[in-house]
Design a binder for this molecule. Structure first.
Ligand SMILES: *[C@@H]1O[C@H](CO)[C@@H](O)[C@H](O)[C@H]1NC(C)=O
Length: 113
């Protein structure tokens, strides 16, 4: 029991230290979208990119909303990702990703419904 708590706390720390973002749940949720958002570094500057996703209106997603969003920072840097519009319970999401100065952006984005 205690160990589980410690592991959870550690996981939270790791998630904060790297620029991962995870909201909602993906338990038993089908993944509807996967995208590797990759951008080269900008000289002397931070790279800021937006990713906009709208649930397609196909039979398997009609009437559903986004239930889980995972943005995995593959650069393991202090890059960050935030949801600026929509998100959980919405049918769309806008994700804003920001790199470290002079570093590239590389996020694996997964969306579950
Ligand atoms: C996300 O929000 C945090 C806290 O408000 C901020 O420090 C960070 O720069 C933001 N990142 C992006 C990509 O907007």
């Amino acid at each position: 029991m205690k160990l589980q708590i410690i592991i959870l706390v550690l996981a939270a720390v790791v998630i904060v230290e790297c620029g991962h973002l995870f909201v909602g749940t993906n338990i038993n949720r089908p993944m509807v979208y996967h995208h590797n958002a990759k951008y080269d570094a900008k000289l002397f500057r931070k790279r800021v990119e937006n990713l906009h996703y709208v649930l397609p209106q196909v039979p398997s997603t009609i009437g559903k909303s986004i239930q889980g969003i995972l943005a995995y920072d593959k650069t393991h840097s202090t890059a960050s990702a935030n949801i600026t519009q929509g998100g959980i319970w919405f049918t769309f999401v806008n994700l804003r990703m920001k790199s470290e100065r002079v570093n590239k952006l590389n996020y694996d984005v997964y969306i579950y419904v």
